[in-house]
Design a protein around this ligand. Structure first.
Ligand code: UD1
Length: 417
């Protein structure tokens, strides 16, 4: 496993461009399976999770061609509907392929997905929704075997607005007979991006971005090109990297409306923010102020920013309280930040962060994708050198994070083992 080596104490300044969204690209890549032909995608981030998705598509019989900034996916020769277990275990989002394979073949065989260890992450809502659409779901020694004679549009009311389950229902019902209606659907911008891409391919989806989504079954999709939206969590992470160093940065980012709760909390912490059409400017104070945060489904404060915000609050003036409402095991990173001198205590869903004067460099171990990012940010402001080990978690989700931070004035390098 490789490490990041960070020399702390450098203020971030300058402009940085936000990459394509990981969480939008992954379901869109899965959606290409539904078109029997070629789909051209732009702005797909070059990260380990998308590489893994390419590998799964190739294993199924698809062709992935990378040309400069575009990816052409030819799914006309896909001839398998079983996702190999070892690939399922490497990435949680592989479960999204189940919906796409069911949509195309009415059959899918897969196993329980892997991914970041941030909670039990069941897939019961996905499987129950498949059954509602008339799909038989049989579980056999860890394998999940799904098949249907025909997929029939139905009304599905989700117990919780799960992002993955909403995406899987959309994918499975593109060619369904009749109309599928999801109530209590997830409203995340990544779902809107998936629906926009599918509609461009010829699907009929309305209501994405609200809590009621309708999918009218169609007969056929067509070849198309689509540009994946920018990554709101990367945008939030880089703003926080600027904030923790007392920096002054500008993001080339178009969708400030996707990160309203993040911008609001940064302002509450004392940052000056100016939003323009394609840019966000942020000037941080010398010392941030404590703020309280509760994670919620979109449009609330995103759980994926929880650890990153916690890290900037470690040196804020006062005591901050965080409540994590989405995942039950998302505080493992706090023990690592405490090794750097942070004062964080956790109890169930709640973390209490007492702001300290300064963090000190230490060797810390990345626990998951966003937890690992929080340690990088802590390293940027800590006194001395910080080593973040197990960075494969971080490489799964951030494109060129070290390069982007260095361009802003940080001193961070990768040490390969
Ligand atoms: C997606 C994002 C992830 C983000 C999360 C919440 C991708 C690739 N990942 O993950 O970065 O942190 O949304 O915004 O887009 N749940 C169940 N049963 C299910 C499904 C989910 O109980 O069948 C629970 C989960 O355990 C969790 C909550 O619902 O507590 C939210 O999960 P969900 O919205 O499904 O997250 P993901 O789609 O896995």
């Amino acid at each position: 496993m490789s490490s990041y080596i960070i020399e702390g104490g450098h203020k971030l300044e300058g402009t940085v461009k936000i990459s394509g969204s990981k969480n939008a690209a992954l379901p869109i890549l899965a959606a290409t399976v539904l078109n029997v032909g070629k789909t051209t995608l732009y702005n797909v981030p070059n990260i380990q999770d998308t590489q893994m998705m390419f590998k799964i598509l190739e294993t199924l019989g698809g062709k992935v061609e990378k040309k400069n900034n575009k990816i052409i996916i030819d799914t006309s020769k896909i001839n398998k509907f079983e996702i190999p277990e070892e690939l399922m275990h490497k990435m949680r989002s592989s479960v999204i392929l189940a919906g796409a394979l069911l949509g195309r073949y009415k059959k899918a065989i897969f196993s329980y997905p892997g991914g970041c260890d941030i909670g039990s992450r069941p897939i019961d809502l996905h499987l129950r929704s498949f059954e509602k659409l008339g799909i038989n779901v049989v579980q056999n020694y860890g394998n999940i075997i799904c098949d249907a004679e025909k997929i029939k549009g139905e009304k599905i009311d989700l117990d919780f607005p799960s992002v993955g389950a909403t995406e899987n229902i959309i994918l499975a019902s593109i060619y369904a007979e009749g109309v599928t209606q999801i109530t209590n659907a997830a409203m995340e911008p990544e779902i809107v991006d998936l629906a926009k891409c599918l509609n461009k391919m010829g699907a009929k989806i309305t209501g994405a971005g609200t809590n009621v989504i309708k999918i009218i079954g169609v007969q056929k999709l067509k070849d198309t090109g689509y540009k994946v939206m920018q990554d709101r969590i990367e945008a939030g992470t880089l703003l926080c990297a600027g904030a923790i160093t007392g920096g002054n940065i500008c993001l080339n980012y178009k969708n400030a409306n996707h990160i309203t709760p993040i911008l609001n909390k940064l302002e509450e912490a004392g940052c000056n923010i100016k939003v323009e059409k394609n840019r966000i400017y942020m000037q941080a104070p010398k010392k941030l102020k404590a703020v309280d945060i509760k994670t919620m489904p979109y449009p609330g404060f995103p759980t994926d920013m929880q650890s990153i915000f916690a890290s900037i609050l470690t040196t804020a003036k006062g005591t901050s309280v965080i409540v994590e409402n989405i995942f039950e095991n998302r505080y493992r990173y706090t023990a690592e930040l405490n090794k750097m001198g942070a004062k964080i205590t956790t109890e169930g869903k709640t973390a209490v962060i007492k702001g300290v004067r300064k963090l000190s460099g230490a060797t810390v171990k990345s626990t998951d994708l966003r937890g690992g990012a929080s340690m990088i940010l802590a390293g940027l402001c800590a006194k001395g050198m910080t080593t973040v080990t197990n960075i494969e978690y971080i490489l799964r989700g951030y494109e060129n994070l070290d390069k982007k931070l260095n361009e802003l004035g940080a001193k961070i390098s990768i040490q390969k083992e």
